[in-house]
Write a protein that binds this ligand. Structure first.
Ligand SMILES: *[C@@H]1O[C@H](CO)[C@@H](O)[C@H](O)[C@H]1NC(C)=O
Ligand SMILES: *[C@@H]1O[C@H](CO)[C@@H](O)[C@H](O)[C@H]1NC(C)=O
Length: 245
């Protein structure tokens, strides 16, 4: 894992995302959330650059690989997510937020989770607009949308939808959970730990670490020291270095 960490870290972010996305398509299973994670936590330009790097590296598009390796509702959601180029302005249309909150609530009440409209809202609206829509959803209908999307806790498509919402609106909570599950698992999930530390070190690892500490009452760096060793541990700590208080 040390070698992989060094290899991933040495790549520029677009190349790294292309590589991670390529692995995720090849090893795709319905519980693999890496494609969604890349699509929803990068900026529009970062995602575009990752798609360009993908062309150069693999001589085909990310979209065609996602279409080839995924199936059913997962493909229906993942394809527009990886193809998206979201508007990034902060302004919000409240009329639209109310209309789409109502729409989402109707579809979710009917258990039409993979409905075209649900996917269109999540895959095309700006993050600020989605946040406004989901705030309105909660105020108007009482529950956080992710609570309503927990109707069947074992359903992996619902799990992917909940993670999509988190990645779009509060990515630090999504990444905190990935780290927590990776670290708490019997035999640390070093793949997930490596991915999150490498891809977030220069972005928001400090915020993720604060969330980790808040949620687990243990600093992230201490949890890493407890769970890893040798060069791998040292390198993770260097990358997580600027998160130590
Ligand atoms: C807000 O969204 C509504 C519904 O889609 C649309 O009719 C209206 O023109 C939008 N307002 C602005 C200021 O863009
Ligand atoms: C979402 O909306 C809430 C309430 O208006 C706001 O406090 C928060 O900063 C927003 N988050 C994002 C990611 O826009």
């Amino acid at each position: 894992m040390t070698l992989r960490l060094v290899l991933l870290w040495a790549l520029d972010p677009a190349e790294r995302d292309a590589l991670l996305a390529n692995e995720a398509t090849k090893r795709w299973t319905s519980s693999n959330q890496v494609l969604m994670e890349i699509a929803c936590t990068r900026s529009a330009n970062q995602l575009l650059h990752a798609r360009q790097a993908y062309h150069a590296r693999y001589k085909k598009s990310l979209e065609e690989d996602v279409a080839h390796h995924t199936t059913g509702d997962f493909r229906k959601l993942l394809l527009p997510l990886v193809s998206s180029y979201r508007y990034e302005g902060e302004e919000v249309n409240m009329t639209l937020a109310k209309t789409e909150a109502k729409l989402l609530h109707e579809k979710i009440s009917d258990k039409a989770y993979s409905d075209d409209d649900v996917i269109r809202v999540l895959a095309t609206r700006s993050k600020a607009q989605i946040n406004a829509t989901l705030n309105h959803y909660k105020n108007e209908y009482g529950n956080d949308i992710n609570k309503d999307l927990k109707a069947d806790p074992k359903d992996e498509f619902l799990a992917l939808l909940r993670s999509t919402v988190k990645c779009l609106v509060y990515p630090e909570k999504y990444f905190e959970k990935v780290l927590r599950l990776a670290i708490n698992r019997r035999g640390t999930d070093e793949g997930a730990l490596t991915r999150v530390v490498c891809t977030r070190a220069e972005v928001d690892l400090k915020i993720i670490a604060d969330e980790y500490q808040r949620r687990n009452s243990v600093p992230l760096t201490r949890a890493i020291v407890k769970d890893t060793h040798g060069d791998y541990e040292k390198l993770l700590l260097v990358l997580a270095g600027h998160v130590e208080n």
